[in-house]
Design a protein around this ligand. Structure first.
Ligand code: C5P
Length: 250
């Protein structure tokens, strides 16, 4: 009996953490892109519906900007036993995630529990892709992320005389992957990794995802093949593409 209790106590749970406190300037929709309507719902409503359909996710924490007054209108009925909201968004994505991890600890998550950080703006995520990530990472020492090997030729850019973009050089694409989310790490690894990276302005500016903070500690997160559809709504044309894909799904 004590063995059963012990194994129950130490079974790692999975939490999802969705940073949703960005302003989304590049999207050009005059407001935070996560609230822009796509196929009848706000971008983030699609994201949260998909995460909510992953049975192994214990609860999903959404990190909002402290002055966010519209989340409840866009995702009515989200808050409950499996849907948590914290208005602790920071100046950068990494700060929002770090603040969200503190909130998970307050709500009873343990250092050995897994946290799947997923962009609010990746609204095409599908539950079986998340399950694929969990299957691949739950026995891994470090954790990992959905990502795709680069298909296109990669250019570095410089600014021309007229302010136009010009090729500076071609970057070898061999062995390069584009990082997506979710990114899955144990809370007890990700939190100190982010805090360390955020403590130095040079590294703070360079950590654009969770894996990059974990890499600074010398770890090598796993790369799990994601999907082309799992793009982050970023540019004005992305909304129409997301709309087409969502409205033609079975
Ligand atoms: O701006 P970017 O596309 O990198 O944002 C990725 C995700 O991080 C989005 O879901 C956005 O809402 C979130 N974010 C955040 N806090 C910030 C900046 C971005 O939660 N300060």
């Amino acid at each position: 009996m004590s063995l059963t209790i012990a194994s129950h106590e130490f079974k790692a749970r999975c939490y999802a953490l969705v940073p949703c406190a960005g302003v989304g300037e590049r999207a050009g929709v005059g407001g935070p892109k996560q609230y822009h309507p796509v196929a009848g719902q706000a971008v983030v409503a699609h994201t949260l519906a998909a995460l909510g359909a992953v049975a192994r996710i214990e609860a999903t924490l959404v990190v909002l900007s402290p002055d966010d007054a519209v989340f409840g209108q866009h995702v009515p009925g989200f808050e409950g036993a499996k849907g948590w909201v914290a208005r602790v968004g920071g100046a950068s994505r990494a700060e929002s995630v770090a603040n969200g991890l503190n909130e998970l600890l307050v709500r009873g998550a343990q250092p050995h529990d897994w946290v799947l950080v997923h962009d609010a703006a990746r609204c095409l995520i599908q539950p079986d892709w998340v399950d694929r990530l969990i299957d691949a990472c739950e026995d891994d020492e470090v954790g990992g992320l959905l990502a795709l090997p680069l298909a296109d030729t990669l250019k570095s850019a410089a600014v021309g005389d007229q302010g136009e973009a010009r090729v500076q050089g071609t970057v070898d694409r061999a062995g390069k992957w584009a990082a997506q989310t979710p990114q899955m790490f144990r809370l007890g690894l990700l939190r100190p990794a982010l805090l360390l990276a955020l403590s130095d302005p040079a590294t703070a500016a360079a950590i654009t995802d969770e894996a990059s903070a974990v890499e600074i500690l010398g770890h090598q997160p796993r790369l799990i093949p994601g999907a082309y559809d799992n793009f982050k709504v970023t540019w004005p044309g992305d909304f129409a593409l997301a709309e087409r894909l969502l409205s033609t799904r079975p």
